[in-house]
Design a protein. Structure first.
Length: 426
């Protein structure tokens, strides 16, 4: 099997999200969790997605890990580089989206690259260069109060320009061009490149737009976007007769109790936690301030007592923006985050040692911490629970089942949906 597409994702949930889209579109896809060992063999697959924890890492680290991951993939023959970030363009005024994309552009020798975080199926659209979450501008959504990457400007051209080297030009392909199809998009990108634009924001409000954009990017050395763009790219390889096709991936049977861990404080995840609690699901809430004093021991003991048979329990540190602000003021933003991630990762590791093999995790940073604590390095992708959230299984002798969810994804009943889907998927 020939490696065709190599992707570098800036967090673990985004990586599973993209892998799900590529698999759904017909590519045999494998996930690699964490910065790869450059001497290790690249998995046998048509698409390999490397999941980094680089979204909020220092800029230099994010750039280095991303470039080295692509170097590893390109040595194995990957033809196209895909830099995947969140559909809400999560970043800070310093990066990391712009610096990583510029470094990859230079490394791949791409004349121009596109940026399109749109994912209409999950309510993320780009119109007139502005990012919308359903009917709200990004800056008016819950992302405006994100504890790590508050997004207070919906204009992607401004957000990106602030992260690029001084003097960089950010171009734009509007929807009236995108709606005319791949040839029109390709022509506009060519003109942008001639005019000196190296970074171009592209509108997309429908799945059809992403498919057209994917076709326009056939042969491009580098593309950047959310997972939605994964709908359009595989067709380029299929049209060239490079995909093997065949049956969809099936996951191994993994039964037993399910541990649900929620570290996201997004509006969507808070609603999902509230729904689980309202419907009588077993739940224990973690308070960062209390964790700082006592550690996660009591929560771990509670979880281990509950996790018998086919039970499912939720341990959540999800909080409202006001509660997050209070904890950050008392502990500092980094310390508050480290406490929560560390506690949930420690609980997951201890539960795994006691035989638990099914985990649902909400939040990008939390998912990364938990997967690393479980020692998961490679996964295969199974069926979706919700758009952008698949069940996966680790490629180990005794595999674990994992559903890693971006904080912003899924409906209010997501946790129950995950249990139902998991019963048939694994």
């Amino acid at each position: 099997m020939r490696l065709l597409l190599g992707a570098v994702a800036d967090d673990f949930t985004g990586a599973t999200d993209l892998a799900s889209m590529l698999s759904r579109a017909g590519m045999r896809t494998t996930l690699v969790l964490g910065a790869p060992d450059l001497s290790a063999d690249v998995p046998e697959a048509e698409a390999v997605v490397v999941a980094l924890k680089s979204r909020t890492a220092p800029v230099d680290q994010a750039v280095s890990e991303s470039v080295e991951s692509w170097r590893w993939l390109s040595r194995a023959g990957a033809q196209q580089c895909y830099f995947k970030y969140c559909s809400t363009f999560d970043s800070t005024p310093q990066g990391n989206i712009g610096p990583v994309a510029e470094a990859l552009r230079k490394f791949t020798k791409a004349e121009v690259t596109i940026y399109c975080p749109a994912f209409p199926e999950n309510g993320r659209t780009v119109y007139q260069g502005k990012l919308f979450v359903f009917d709200q501008l990004l800056s008016e959504s819950g992302m405006a109060s994100h504890p790590l990457t508050p997004m207070t400007d919906a204009d992607l051209r401004r957000v990106l320009a602030a992260q690029l080297p001084e003097g960089s030009l950010v171009g734009f392909v509007p929807w009236n061009v995108v709606s005319r199809g791949a040839d029109a998009i390709r022509s506009e990108l060519t003109q942008a490149s001639i005019a000196g634009f190296r970074h171009v924001i592209v509108d997309a409000v429908r799945d059809e737009d992403l498919i057209a954009l994917g076709r326009a990017c056939a042969g491009a050395k580098l593309v950047t976007g959310g997972s939605g763009l994964g709908l359009g790219l595989p067709e380029n390889f299929a049209s060239a007769g490079e995909l093997e096709g065949g049956e969809a991936t099936t996951l191994p049977h993994i039964d037993g109790p399910t541990l649900i861990l929620s570290g996201s404080c997004s509006t969507a995840t808070n609603a999902q936690v509230a729904r689980w609690e309202r419907e009588g699901g077993p739940i224990l809430r973690l308070e960062p301030l209390l964790l700082a004093e006592t550690g996660p021991g009591a929560a771990l003991e509670w979880a281990l007592e509950q996790l018998n048979g086919d039970a499912a329990v939720l341990i959540s540190s999800s909080q409202t923006p006001d509660q997050v602000q209070t904890a950050q003021e008392r502990l500092g933003p980094d310390r508050a985050t480290e406490l929560v991630e560390g506690a949930l990762a420690e609980i997951a590791k201890a539960a795994r040692a006691r035989g638990v093999r099914r985990f649902v995790v909400a939040g990008g940073e939390t998912s990364g911490a938990v997967a690393q604590a479980l020692g998961v390095s490679r996964m295969t992708v199974g069926p979706s629970i919700a758009p952008g959230v698949p069940w996966c299984a680790s490629l180990d002798e005794e595999p674990v089942a994992l559903a890693l969810k971006s904080g912003n994804f899924g409906g209010e009943g997501f946790f129950a949906d995950a249990l139902a889907a998991g019963a048939s998927a694994t």
